[in-house]
Design a binder for this molecule. Structure first.
Ligand code: GTP
Ligand code: MG
Length: 182
């Protein structure tokens, strides 16, 4: 089949999670294959796009990177609306970033107001698994998977933006999960 004949799908993906968990780093690794050691807080929100092919469909992932810092939480409903998938990110070495997932999850559903909140696609990423060879982990994989199960079986990936571990796999799942309603 001619590539121009293929169906094109645009998927809007919103990435949420506490400041410093690695949202921007995961996106930079996925799209540009780059990792920066130095932390530069995201201000407001910005998006990057990546084209991928899934089966016979051409998919444009439009990934929205958001600011984790409290003082930038002013995006609101207009921004979340129309999202096809919400990616929640926490740092496996920081308990607090796992505990606040609950708030991010609730806040997203409140703002995005999808027709069927129970069925809305989420994906959870536990990032920075490379740190100290895994010895500084504060949240076990089991605990994370239990939370995912309690939220209607959210897919879960453990990632390292630094080592480029599981990043492509996670985003492929994100794209597939977001296509459920296409
Ligand atoms: P905000 O924009 O403030 O919401 O933060 P963020 O979630 O975008 O975090 P960011 O990607 O800026 O990463 C924060 C810091 O963690 C940076 O210094 C990154 O280099 C570092 N970092 C991100 N991912 C990883 C990882 O997988 N492993 C390690 N060791 N460091 C990481
Ligand atoms: Mg950022």
């Amino acid at each position: 089949m001619d590539i121009s004949m293929k169906r094109r799908t645009l998927l809007k993906v919103i990435v949420l999670g506490d400041s410093g968990v690695g949202k921007t780093s995961l996106m930079n690794q996925y799209v540009y294959k780059k990792f920066h050691r130095q932390y530069k807080a995201t201000i407001g929100a910005d998006f990057v796009t990546k084209e991928l092919q899934i089966d016979d469909k051409l998919v444009t992932l439009q990934v929205w990177d958001t600011a984790g810092q409290e003082r930038f939480h002013c995006l609101g409903a207009a921004f979340y609306r129309g999202a096809d998938c919400c990616v929640l990110v926490y740092d496996v070495n920081v308990s607090k970033s796992f505990e606040t997932l609950q708030n991010w999850h609730e806040e997203f559903l409140k703002q995005a107001d999808p027709t069927d909140p129970e069925a809305f696609p989420f994906v959870l990423l536990g990032n920075k698994i490379d740190v100290d060879g895994g010895n500084s982990r504060a949240v076990s994989e089991k605990k994370a998977r239990e939370w995912c199960a309690s939220k209607g079986n959210i897919p879960y990936f453990e990632t390292s933006a630094k080592e480029d571990y599981n990043v492509d796999e996670a985003f492929l799942c994100i794209a597939k999960t977001g296509m459920i309603n296409e």
